[in-house]
Design a protein around this ligand. Sequence first.
Ligand code: G3P
Ligand code: CA
Length: 240
Amino acid sequence: MTHVVAHRGYPTVAPENTLPAFAAALRAGATIVEFDVRCTRDGVPVVIHDRTVDRTTDGSGRVWDLTAAEIARLDAGSWFGPGFTGLRVPTLVETLDLLAPATAELLVEIKPPATLDEVKSIIAQLGERDLLDRSVVQSFDADVLRKVRDVAPEVRRGLLLFRFDGETVEIARELGVTYCNPPVDDVLNGPETMAALTAAGVGVMPWTPNDMARWRPLVDAGAAGLITDLVGELTGWVNA
Ligand code: G3P
Ligand code: CA
């Protein structure tokens, strides 16, 4: 079965990385929900993609320069549309509380930099909700994944790639990852990418195929899942 991986929730129907986006992803049939985690100045894990709050809230500044209380006051919905005014940047705890009762797996992307204490905090919050078995923790940053491995070796890990290259398989092996997730073009333009990763025993979930014409070639190439914004559409396509 091809996993339907909801990229930042269901960001075409609700603001990315917000509770309504995650709820919509679950309703639409996502089998994995992906989201991005950063820590505030006072060490609280929150769910937001960018280094700054500028694009997706009415505030400004870097996440790590703001306290959790300051971020909690921001409007994370108005930028998307008038119906979403007043939405908040969710904490990781709030996000996990929403996702925990569902059956979908979690693809938890830790954005660098992340200190060892921050990684410990993120893992602890997953553990407190009994979500470690249902989670894959991924990052573009190998050092973050080393910290995850050291803190919780039993938790599945995923290495995100900006580009597959000659060192990727060796790094994936060293990190002991379950998934290695390259950009779509690496898979479609370079058959050696999928061949090498499959031979190394890791699953591949390309990001972020929003062009439906690319779904069939990616699945035929062996993708374990597709990380997409078009959650409902991909669910319908997978189940057709
Ligand atoms: O899960 C893959 C994808 O989320 C990585 O890119 O920039 O959306 O975090 P980005
Ligand atoms: Ca992400």
